[in-house]
Design a protein around this ligand. Sequence first.
Ligand code: MRU
Length: 358
Amino acid sequence: MRVEGQARTAIWPAPERDAVFVIDQRLLPHRLAVLRLDTPEAAAAAIRDMAVRGAPLIGATAAWGLALQARTAADDAALRSAAAQLNATRPTAVNLAWALQRMLERLLPLPVGGRAAAAWQEAGRIADEDVACNAAIGTHGAALIVEASQRLKRRVNVLTHCNAGWIATVDWGTALAPVYKARDAGVDLHVWVDETRPRNQGASLTAWELGQEGIAHTVIADNTGGHLMQHGRVDLVIVGCDRVTRRGDVCNKIGTYLKALAAHDNGVPFYVAMPLSTLDRTMADGLREITIEERSPRELTHIAGLGPDGALVEVQLTPATSPALNLGFDVTPARLVTALITERGVVPANETSLEDLR
Ligand code: MRU
């Protein structure tokens, strides 16, 4: 599915090079609306307020945000300050810092006059590489689904958590790219979609995306996956990631760890789709070193939906006096990960194999 006339699913530049366009994901699945981001501040706000989300997409949005900064002031101080502002929007997904660092490394050695054009080009390159990378993850991951289909000789049931599809990246997605490529290869498959409380990226975004693709899917409450695994109703789990340490510990949307535990207990393969841009070689121990984003308790205490007049409304779920803790991510230790699906192939989640990917 594409916004009409656009080559990419989640983010695309204006031909005039004065803005980028993104889908406002806060309104899905109710409304498909496009946001025009024409300043670094607008890009930062879109990331912070989660109009755009998903590790690769926030990296690409930040890269274009810095390119928008370079249009008006491209001296070192202006670029560094805009990069810091963009980087401060969300702490956990490493793609944000990765993309900004790459932009600065490309731009700062250049004469100031050449930076705006180079910035636009580099942001475009980051986006193009993301698309190619996710397509390759799709090919490698689809082989796992095809293998399951040939072995089981029936419909394959994949479980996924959060949204790591084409609206979480520039295109294709990471965890869902194998699903799309397996579908294209003729595999009969069905996806269990974790609702993914509290922001419901599964129920709102993954379900919408799979619906657009005509892929059989069922939304389940976050607590249902373990039960389904105990009853042989999940053949493999594929999730995305926000930061993976050099030892292979995986940080992803809160609740991923519990799915990995249940998968381990039931002998269900647990795969993580990981673009190399999400690998953080500076960190080893994910539990101790990764900063876990804490978001507003309101995301937990209230739920948004469509009111009778078609406007978005929020209703409160909890007693007004009950405090709530809203942690956005958790860490799944490498020992619970069957393998990482990368653009370079499917590799074990350990230090040696990740070192080999250099
Ligand atoms: O808080 P979000 O919606 O940005 O979290 C997204 C996830 O956890 C995804 O699984 C991850 O970023 C991979 S997206 C390809």
